[in-house]
Design a binder for this molecule. Sequence first.
Ligand code: MRU
Length: 348
Amino acid sequence: MTGKKRDSLEPVRWKNGVLEAIDTTRLPSRLVYVRMRTVDQVCSAIRSMKVRGAPLIGVVGAYGLVLAAMSVRGGDLEHARSRLRKSADTLVLTRPTGVNLRWAVERVFKASSRARSVKSLSDELRREADMILREELEAAHKIGRFGAALIEDEDTVLTHCNAGSLATAGYGTALAVVRSAVEEGKRVSVIATETRPLLQGSRLTAFELARDGIPVRVICDSAAAQLMAQGVVDKVVVGADRILGTGHVTNKIGTLPIALGAKFCGVPFYVAAPVSTLDLVTDASQVVIEERDQQEVLSVGGKRFSPRNVGALNPAFDITPPELVTGIVTDSGVVRQPLAENIQKMFG
Ligand code: MRU
């Protein structure tokens, strides 16, 4: 079945000096925007995951620094830049694992050196943020085109978390691959893991694929291996929050067991991400795995299921080693094995 055309989602937009982003905590029941006028509001939207997904928080963080620049009045440029530095440092710590946020915020901060006066600062930063938004959207479409070549007619693709429009400037990464294959006329259906604890798969991936008319079924996270063993899954395609020069892939917690299952069952395991997700300097042992609030695990939808006297562990990401990854689909092309060697050749 070819997906029917709908207006595409606009996950983030700048409107008359206000940053607006789809509040993903309200989905699927309500499609509403969170409006941000200050850098503190941006930090809190990212921390609370109203806005989430590595490429999208990069774009939102970039505009966060624009909002910080807009609040600087008076003083000299040096003073203004030192205030921006503080805001940049606060922004990048809101979600420490993904690399896009740091990449985008630092890029916008660097643009502040081009400003000739405090008055022109926010316009200069805004130009850079607009450029990042445009480039990231273009990157998503390129990922889609490169990735679609890996998908065959009638494939069933398993994906984890949400690596779609709602995690990017639009169109997605893993879901860009699916969308692009569908646009080429291939009949593709998707299995979305529900993605505990915050259910990005059953709430967001299911929402945006169903909206596009692409067949999608939700499974419990723990059903992935069984379905791969049964031969129901043709390919796994997931997103990423940080890809190292060695080919290690940091992504939503639960990606590693899917990759292990895929290797055991002989199912190709692809990762789709823009070049802004690459981190060629950090070692796997140094990647900070964000540990989120225990309540996310102990409760579902605000209702506690675990006994009162029990604690939880809540690592938000895991690291999949390169030997489990068949290939990485980027906006510059598909990186195949051996990953470290080919990442170096393409991006080093
Ligand atoms: O914690 P989240 O919801 O921000 O995690 C998102 C993911 O892990 C995605 O797979 C990743 O950011 C890639 S988004 C295109």
